[in-house]
Design a protein around this ligand. Sequence first.
Ligand SMILES: Cc1ncc(COP(=O)(O)O)c(C=O)c1O
Length: 449
Amino acid sequence: MKNTDLVKRDLSVVWHPCTQMKDHEWLPMIPIRRAAGVWLEDFEGNRYLDAISSWWVNLFGHANAHINAALSTQSGMLEHVMLAGFTHEAVVELSEKLVAITPSGLDRCFYADNGSAAVEVALKMSFHYWRNSGEHGKTKFITLGNSYHGETLGALAVGNVQLYKDTYGPLLMETFSVPSPDCFNREPGESCAAYSERMFEHMERALAQHAEEVCAVIVEPLVQCAGGMRMYDPVYLQRLRAACDRYRVHLIADEVAVGFGRTGSMFACEQADISPDFLCLSKGLTGGYLPLSVVLTSEAVYQAFYDDYGSLKAFLHSHSYTGNALACRAALATLELFERHDTLAANRRLAGAMAAATAGFAEHEHIAEVRQTGMILAIEMVKDKSQRLSYPWQERRGLRVYEHGLANGVLLRPLGNVVYFMPPYVIEPEQISLLAEVAWQGIHKAVAD
Ligand SMILES: Cc1ncc(COP(=O)(O)O)c(C=O)c1O
C-alpha cells in the first residue's frame, strides 16, 4: 500500500483533531505504518523522528519491548472490568505506586481516561468538597492567563487560550483569570524568579478579593505547554501554596503535560517542594500507550465524601473505562522503566545535549529566546526581536517549520511561532543533533521573507 492510498480512504471518513481539514487539500497527511523507539515510519518506508513524543505522551519510545510484554501478559488475564463494585490487581498496584512516588499527602487515586477528564474530576471534586463541608458559596475557580487544561467544557473554562474562549465562550462557566507569571515577559535584566515573584502580586490580590467564593486555583506547574511552552520559576508555586492555605482555597496542579520527568524532576511540584491538594496526571502515565488519567488527592478530601449512603455525599463522576486494566498495566510497566534506567539522571544528560545542540540559536535575528526546563526546549520566533513582536498568526510561520521537518525526517509541530523539542527519553545525542539541525534550517526558511 502507498501513503496516498490510505490517505484517500482516511479523507473520506475520518475527521481529525486540531485540524482545519481543508488544509489537507495541499498539506499531505502522513499515514504511519509502524513505529519503533523515536522513529515513526510511513507506508513507503520514510522515517520521522518523533521530536514531540506524539503530543507529549511517549516516554520510552514506540513499540517498547517491556511495555509490550506487560500488555501481552495483562491482556491474557484481564482486559477490563468496571471499577464500581469491582477491582483488579493492576489498579491497586498502580495506586500504591502513585501514592508512593508523588509529593507527600496525596494518598487517594481517582481515575479517568484523558487529561481533560482529570481536570473535570479535580474541579468537581474541589467544588464538591466545599459543598460537603457546608461551604456552598465556593463555586468559582482562579486560573492563569495563557493556560491550557484540555478541551471539554469545564477544562476549557479554566483555560485561557483566546481562540477557544472566543468560540465556545457562551458555553463556559465564569472564572477569575490572573496574568501569567510567564518569564518571556520579564524586563531586560530581570531574573525569572524575580519576575515570577512580582507577578504573584496579581494572584495574591485575586485571592484576597475572591477567596470566599473560590474553590481552587488551577495551574500548570512550571511550564504552560500548549500556551507556547512558556516557563516560570518554582518560587511562584511556593507563594501560591502558602497563599492557598492562608485563604482556604485548594490548589490543583495540572501535571498532565509536565509530570513523569519532563521538567527534570519526576513531578514539577517537587521543584517548589510543595504538595497540591489535587494532582492531575495523564499523557506519560502510560508511556504513550493507552488513554488513562488519574487525580490524586489527600485523605482529608476523601474523608469529606465518606459517609452513610443517605447523606448523598458520594462523589459523582464515572467513565465506562475508569481504571482500565490494560492501561493500568502499561502505566506500571512505564514506572518500572523509570526505576530500571535511572531515567531522571539520564534525562539530565539529554537535556544538556539539547541545550548544547541549540547553543547560539538565540543569536538569530528572528529568535527572541531559547528557553528550557528539563526535557522541554522551546525556540521563540519573532518578527522583530528588539520589540519582541510576534509574527501574525495568519502567516503560519510555524507550519513552514513543520513542513521542512517532515521533508527532512523530523516531526516538529510548532505551537504558533514557538518551535519546541519534547522528545521521548530514549532519544540519543546524535538524534538530538539531527533534530536541532533540521529545526535550525526550518526556522531559517520560515523567517526568510
Ligand atoms: C496541561 C494539560 N492539561 C490537560 C490537557 C488535556 O489532556 P487530553 O488531551 O488528554 O484531554 C493537556 C493536553 O495537552 C495539557 O497539556
